[in-house]
Design a protein around this ligand. Structure first.
Ligand SMILES: Nc1ncnc2c1ncn2[C@@H]1O[C@H](COP(=O)(O)OP(=O)(O)OP(=O)(O)O)[C@@H](O)[C@H]1O
Length: 611
């Protein structure tokens, strides 16, 4: 019930007076419908089926109105009024259907945009913890369910309004008979609570199954190469078969529940109508014409009653999706990145210049604070501005975590990151983000043209600047050779390009921004030696104007770094110039060099690189 109230509040907040106007319109439609039914009284009277002109019943008073109509014109006048009423009702209903669609679409769009904005504004730690497929499911499956739910809700609102007005008319005709029927209706509705709770629980289970399906199938398609090359087709197929069996069982359970409730509801309705007719005649000594009208009204209302009841069940099964979406919004709000500047995304901030450097002071971080496993531990480090710092270490040593920390994507558990002596938070963080370009190992490209992908980061970039960036990343020649050049579509996530080509394109995109800080996370790992050397030479030229932070496994690529930082199990175990660290023979760096075939030079008693 709380959730339905919450849904109503949101609906009102998003669509405002439209919702009220719609309800008022529905009241009018119901009144017109009621008047249409009332007109049946004089019609029945005229046909002579019943004598309705005597007594002091409400029905008889309607017949009295006929006396005002000139002799002989009664039937045409009544029929004309009837036609006008029903036509008016049809026109109004069309308008209401359009309004309903407008309310519904506006609500879903607002909910979609609000959810997306709150997700965009969440910090990186939120994404580290969340399953990507769950977020996709929220933005697709759950939103879809809420869409259906809101449609049902509006239908139900209309049914409730219609029912209330018709009940009012029935009350006017006979309060006692209507009260009796109403009590029966309420008793039925209370009995159906078990079914409503059952539907809600079933909705929750189906939602979880939908999430697991999306997560599984996304994994399968992402890992199709592994599946094919390792002959894993059968186990994967088996997973989907098991999932299909489970969903079938769950779905059948849900259908059995809802059809059982409908069966019981309909059965009870029929019995109640029979009892009602019997009691009306024998106990209440109902006037025949009133009984006839009330039976007409209720025979039309019962389908609405059952409709409301089944709508409630369907709405209950959609509520878990609405709850998940509102929970997601709350979770995102709790993990909001820029609290000081509500609704401000980084692109509104001024760019940081980074003139002194970046610094970690006693930085410690754990991904899971309930475990004593440190991704970074007491890291003290200074990265001078406009110099190249290389971060090395074994896999899992904490290199990517350190970079995420320096870019302000992660917040230290203790300690602080500073930019030019200022703590990295609030406006400093916003302006640093503007100044950083990040090139990951597995770069992200949109399914768009090369030009669109480049302009994503620098929408104002001129044609000449685009080509300059492509030249820098040693990919201009390849783009020139493509029949459509910059307008070539590069496919989903850039799959029409090789790994190395994608890396170079993303590097060009990063350069286009003219960043103050360029972060390269294994950014040239997929390149051949020739292209890697060319890119190294280009990056070399950025020294003096750009702060470069490079993660590299291939140590030959960081020979020209001004500073090398060696990480092990989250701790900085060595830091200094390449040659100096190479000369510390018992040090970790020397060992890493040795592992890569970079051997000591006995003549000058230091390490030299043979390859
Ligand atoms: N999202 C995460 N959740 C939990 N633990 C994580 C997460 N990401 C990294 N870790 C853990 O933190 C530690 C440091 O990981 P990090 O990715 O920084 O290492 P790395 O040196 O960059 O490794 P690689 O060279 O393999 O990329 C590892 O022990 C890793 O298991």
């Amino acid at each position: 019930m709380k959730l339905i109230l919450h849904l109503t509040k949101r609906l009102y907040a998003y669509t405002g007076s439209r919702l009220l106007w719609n309800t008022a319109g529905m009241m009018l439609v119901s009144c017109l419908d009621g008047f249409g039914i009332m007109l049946l009284i004089p019609l029945i009277g005229m046909s002579g089926i019943l004598n309705v002109s005597t007594g002091s019943t409400p029905a008889a008073s309607v017949v009295q109105l006929l006396k005002w109509i000139p002799e002989g014109l009664g039937l045409p006048v009544i029929l004309a009024v009837y036609v006008v009423l029903l036509l008016g009702q049809a026109v109004l209903q069309r308008g209401l259907a359009i309004q309903d669609a407008a309310i519904h679409t506006r609500f879903i769009n607002r909910l979609r945009l609000e959810t997306y904005r709150s997700v965009l504004e969440a910090n990186w730690s939120f994404f580290v913890k969340k399953r990507k497929s769950d977020l996709i499911h929220s933005m697709t499956g759950e939103l879809g369910q809420v869409t259906g739910g809101v449609q049902l809700f509006l239908q139900m609102l209309n049914s409730v309004t219609f029912t209330a007005i018709q009940l009012g008319i029935a009350f006017w005709l006979s309060a006692r008979m209507t009260a009796f029927v109403l009590i029966c209706g309420v008793v039925l509705l209370l009995c159906s609570r078990t079914f409503i709770y059952g539907s809600k629980a079933a909705g929750g289970r189906l939602l979880e199954m939908g999430k697991s399906y999306l997560a599984g199938i996304t994994d399968h398609f992402n890992g199709m190469k592994d599946i094919k090359s390792n002959s894993l087709e059968e186990p994967r197929y088996e997973w989907l078969r098991r999932w299909s069996d489970e969903i079938e069982a769950e779905r059948m359970k849900q259908v059995r529940l809802s059809t059982k409730s409908q069966l019981l509801y309909r059965g009870a309705s029929v019995i109640l109508i029979a009892i009602f007719a019997y009691i009306s005649v024998t106990w209440f000594h109902a006037e025949r014409e009133q009984l006839l009208l009330i039976i007409i009204i209720f025979s039309r209302l019962w389908p609405r009653f059952t409709g409301i009841q089944s709508n409630l069940e369907s709405l209950a099964s959609m509520l878990p999706a609405f709850r998940t979406l509102t929970d997601l919004q709350e979770e995102c709000a709790a993990s909001r990145e820029f609290r000081e500047t509500p609704a401000a995304l980084p692109d509104s901030a001024e760019r940081a210049k980074v003139q002194i450097g970046l610094e970690c002071r006693e930085v410690t971080y754990r991904y899971d604070r309930s475990q004593p496993i440190y991704a970074l531990k007491n890291v003290n480090l200074f990265l001078p501005a406009n110099r190249m710092t290389a971060v090395v270490g074994k896999s899992g040593a904490g290199k990517s975590t350190l970079i995420d920390m320096l870019m302000g994507l992660l917040t230290p558990e203790s300690g602080q990151v500073h930019v030019d002596g200022k703590p990295l938070s609030g406006s400093t963080l916003l302006s640093l983000r503007q100044a950083v370009s990040y090139v990951p190992q597995d770069p992200f490209l949109f399914n768009a043209t090369i030009r669109d992908n480049l302009r994503l980061i620098a929408p104002e970039a001129s044609e000449a600047e685009l080509w300059e960036a492509l030249e820098f990343a040693v990919i201009a020649e390849l783009v020139r050779r493509l029949p459509q050049g910059l307008d070539t579509l590069i496919g989903d996530r850039g799959v029409r390009l090789s790994g190395g080509e994608r890396q170079r394109l993303v590097l060009a995109r990063a350069i286009l921004r003219k960043p103050a800080v360029l972060v390269l996370d294994e950014a040239t790992s997929a390149l051949d030696t020739e292209n890697e050397v060319k890119i190294q030479q280009a990056i070399e030229k950025l020294k003096g104007t750009t702060t470069l932070i490079v993660i590299a496994h291939r140590l030959s690529t960081i020979r020209n770094a001004d500073q090398v930082v060696v990480l092990e199990q989250g701790e900085v175990i060595q830091a200094g110039a390449f040659e100096k660290l190479a000369a510390e023979r018992s040090g970790k760096f020397a060992q890493l060099l040795k592992n890569q075939g970079m051997v000591p030079d006995p003549v000058i008693d230091t390490f030299s690189i043979k390859n």
